[in-house]
Design a protein around this ligand. Structure first.
Ligand code: RIB
Length: 307
């Protein structure tokens, strides 16, 4: 397998409304749908859809949702030998509200995701020996993420951390163990302790993250593009203008395509462009995995935009 993804698998329950509700308010929407989601599952599907072999390590519950999620992953071409079915809990569920502008709020019940333990990293470590890139997010316990990062390093894999859902005070060891971190504005703000809302503050955040021990930083800024920084270089990648329908999983599409580019030996600059193209395509469609681009759509926009 070229890429191994560690992290969360959810069933998304999505309600579409004209505007997001305020605290204590009920807003009546018109449409409901359920779809396969979870950040790591989305990232794995994004990678598979771009034609790259990928394994997922995670857990689903012993419920009907779990079976549906497994079938979906398998049909998408993701190797699910590292996904455990835990009969003692429910599958992860995400309650998602999407407004007319495509913005969203998400609340998750972690369920089985919270029970992905370090033992599972050990159990499935064999997957890493053939892998070039390991991609991780924070929808599973932090101790497990750290164990996966150590294992990735021991196998000389390039390690990417998508620090989502947003969290502050990540362990120093984690920063030092990874090769690349990819926060969005909210996640970057939590990590560095000040507001990140544009290229200037993204540059300052990248500086702080380098000080914490991360080699490469990409701060994704939504409609403002992405700011990238390595030990030798820093640059900004322009956003691609598209009609936004639903921003759910845009970050997952970005991280998936980024991982594919790095696994194929592309430079960081090129990898960010690949991520930007996949993220832009994902916001033009509804849902999480349903919005992820296939290789043809991806290649077409990449050629139109950057070649
Ligand atoms: O990144 C989008 C994902 O976040 C959704 O699919 C949902 O499951 C939440 O984890």
């Amino acid at each position: 397998m070229t890429i191994v993804v560690f992290g969360s698998i959810n069933l998304d329950l999505v309600v579409e409304v004209s505007r997001l509700p305020s605290k204590g308010e009920t807003v009546i929407g018109n449409r409901f749908f359920s779809a396969a989601g979870g950040k790591a599952a989305n990232q794995a599907v994004a990678i598979a859809k771009l034609g790259t072999p990928v394994s997922l390590v995670g857990q689903v519950g012993g419920d009907r949702f779990g079976q549906t999620l497994l079938e979906n992953l398998s049909n998408a071409g993701v190797n699910i030998e590292g996904v455990t079915v835990n009969p003692h809990t429910h599958s992860g569920v995400a309650s998602i509200v999407v407004d007319e502008k495509g913005d969203n709020t998400i609340a998750c019940a972690a369920g089985a995701n919270n029970l992905v333990r370090e033992e599972e990293v050990k159990k499935f470590r064999g997957l890493l020996s053939q892998s070039k890139v390991v991609l991780m997010e924070l929808g599973i316990p932090l101790a497990t993420v750290l164990a996966a990062a150590r294992e990735a390093r021991a196998n000389n894999c390039f390690t990417i951390l998508d620090p989502a859902p947003a969290m502050s005070n990540l362990p120093d060891e984690l920063y030092r163990a990874i090769d690349l971190i990819t926060p969005n504005e909210i996640e970057a703000s939590q990590l560095v302790g000040f507001t990140v809302d544009g290229v200037t503050t993204a540059r300052q955040a990248a500086f702080c993250l380098h000080q914490m021990g991360v080699k490469n930083v990409i701060v994704t800024l939504g409609s403002q593009g992405a700011f990238c920084s390595s030990a030798t270089d820093s640059f900004w990648v322009e956003p691609i203008s598209v009609s936004v329908v639903d921003t759910v999983a845009a970050g997952d599409a970005f991280n998936g395509a980024l991982a594919v580019a790095i696994a194929s030996g592309k430079s960081l600059a090129e990898a960010v462009r690949w991520g930007t193209v996949a993220g832009a395509l994902a916001v033009t469609k509804n849902g999480a995995q349903t919005s992820l681009p296939n290789l043809d759509r991806f290649k077409q926009l990449l050629a139109q935009t950057f070649l």
